[in-house]
Design a protein around this ligand. Structure first.
Ligand code: BTN
Length: 265
């Protein structure tokens, strides 16, 4: 099996491939505890317990998509961990746009979507400490590449899509992986070196929620409705409420959906 990761400088140069595993996040976690290098990549053909955010599962059939995790050692003064999911979203969207001409967007905080809001890629960021107490991030990325409409399970028909559905052709998954890793490596260097300002500007260009009416739920059951208005310098979502006031929300446990019917002022 060939991994086309030669265009990167350091990301994905050390890698582990699994035909089947529970989750690439679990394998990457084990590897970090055993001494993985910064930028280590774990990729699987199939996951039996692919994980999404908020305890959801991630549809992971074999030979169709990409499921991978990169293990990144955090610099001592890095921007907050939650901004890494913005970084990964922007990196994936930029790679798919520039290399494959795919009209994709980032949907705060963790999703890459098509123009109709169907999800094409999901990102899961988990933090951990290695045995020497150094902080790491495991950035897990799932991309629906060569799934057809028929292959999407019923519960995903309305909400998910794939690159093949979007572009009308099959793609080489390893070219997709390569493009994403190159982009991720560039964005990581920018993020670790300069912070999130450039990232925020690019996020704004790809921001699917911008100007849309959304409903947001907090874990305590509180709900807010408003117009999404970009992100703050900490990566929080800005929401303009009906009365004109603005609230900011950190990604964490927030669930969010865009509303089809705009509310009347
Ligand atoms: C989400 O949208 O909720 C995040 C989905 C993340 C899925 C990827 S697939 C590779 C890695 N391994 C996992 O178990 N999850 C992530």
């Amino acid at each position: 099996m060939e991994l086309a990761t030669q265009r990167t400088k350091w990301l994905g140069k050390s890698w582990k491939f699994f035909e089947v595993t529970s989750s690439t996040q679990d394998e990457a976690k084990k590897w970090v505890q055993e001494g993985a290098p910064h930028g280590a990549l774990v990729i699987a053909e199939k996951q039996t317990q692919g994980r999404g955010r908020l305890g959801r599962s991630w549809f992971s059939p074999p030979r169709k998509n990409l499921y991978f995790t990169v293990a990144l050692q955090l610099p001592s003064s890095s921007p907050p961990l939650n901004t890494l999911s913005l970084l990964a979203g922007v990196a994936v969207a930029e790679a798919l746009r520039s290399q494959f001409n795919a009209q994709v967007f980032v949907k705060w905080a963790n999703d890459v979507v098509s123009s109709d809001g169907r999800k094409l890629a999901g990102i899961l960021v988990e933090g951990l400490k290695d045995r020497s107490g150094i902080d790491w991030a495991l950035v897990g990325i799932g991309v629906n590449v060569n799934l057809t409409e028929d292959e999407l399970p019923d519960e995903l028909q309305e909400i998910a899509t794939s690159l093949q559905i979007l572009l009308g052709r099959k793609l080489n998954r390893f070219q997709v992986l390569d493009a994403i890793l190159v982009s991720l490596e560039n964005w990581w260097e920018d993020w670790a070196g300069q912070g999130i300002e450039t990232l925020r500007k690019t996020f704004a260009q790809f921001d699917w929620l911008k100007g849309k009416q959304v409903r947001l739920s907090l874990p305590n059951g509180e709900k807010f409705e408003g117009i999404a208005n970009g992100i703050t310098e900490k990566g929080e979502l800005k929401l303009t409420l009906q009365d004109g006031s603005e609230l900011c929300f950190a990604a964490g446990e927030v669930t969010l959906r865009s509303l089809e019917i705009p509310f009347k002022a």
